[in-house]
Design a binder for this molecule. Sequence first.
Ligand SMILES: Nc1ncnc2c1ncn2[C@@H]1O[C@H](COP(=O)(O)OP(=O)(O)OP(=O)(O)O)[C@@H](O)[C@H]1O
Length: 342
Amino acid sequence: MLSREIITHGSIVTLNKSTNYSSANPTLNDPCVPIIGNSKEILSAISLAKKTARVDFNVLLTGETGTGKDLFSRYIHNHSNRKNQPFVTINCAAIPKELIISELFGYEEGAFTGASRKGKSGKFEAAHSGTLFLDEIGDMSLEGQLTLLRVLEDKQITRLGSNLSKKVDVRIISATNKDLKKESELGNFRQDLYYRLNEINISIPSLRWRGEDIIILFNHFVEKIFGRRILISEEARDVLLNYNYPGNIRELSNIVKRIFINHEEIVMIKKHHFPKEIIEATLEKRPANPFLCMQRKQIEDILHRCHGNISESSKMLGINRRTLYRKITAYNISIEKFRKRA
Ligand SMILES: Nc1ncnc2c1ncn2[C@@H]1O[C@H](COP(=O)(O)OP(=O)(O)OP(=O)(O)O)[C@@H](O)[C@H]1O
């Protein structure tokens, strides 16, 4: 088994291949799209995305802002047999309501005031034989939704101002951070379109629920932004694990950028290097991050499996013995009850 020593939060830890943050991640070296993470939650989303890629079903990606929906849409395309064909994206929230139809389906010369002389093809034509990613689909107007539904049913488009229909072969991936089912019940989103788009749903987990990925992703962004690895103090690690990340991975990457701007030369990331509001947010109600509750359960499960043996448990958890003892004390876990079972 490959093993090597790295230093985390000030102490030397021997990591085997399955606990090293870079080699443990099966997708890190993926030539297509690196989706970083090693938590059960993200691995199962990746596995579903991979399976889905092989078939031509429409996919609806759901998840909070910054969780990686855009990344997943590219991952699916890059793993599909359309990978050498166009991947076209449209952000439905960024386009004015009155322009969405012409953006999607194109227009002929003089179709409306301001239409260019030559006319223009739309995103559907551009994505022909490839994938069209409809980002923020929950923000599309009802009129746009109706036209989209017709195209999905007929598999042909008609440019604005034209009588001619064209066949299109496009795989649709959509994404939203809204609860589309609820929106359809409220009448804001067409139910028939919702079911058309949601042939497969992939829900991308929020970062706060992917506790073990927080440090992996943090290290990834540190390496990417600083261009080197940097140690993390134990207190800094606690800040990272305690924070709630409403902006998810985008926010985590921004935190690293802010540390870089203010402390480019540091050799260890310490608590006071974090933006003030992040530290303050973690001081409020504990635990701010529901992962910490899970962490207790995870530690108890491993202690149970190892009959309370600290060395074995710490190896399985990928932390050193001292850290495990600290956590056992902090969570007030009784090791004795696990030892009795031995
Ligand atoms: N698992 C991941 N590994 C590495 N980088 C990631 C991961 N997930 C997201 N990112 C990065 O985080 C940022 C936000 O991701 P992305 O734009 O895909 O999120 P989103 O869910 O589409 O956000 P929004 O709903 O706001 O459009 C991007 O820079 C992306 O590369």
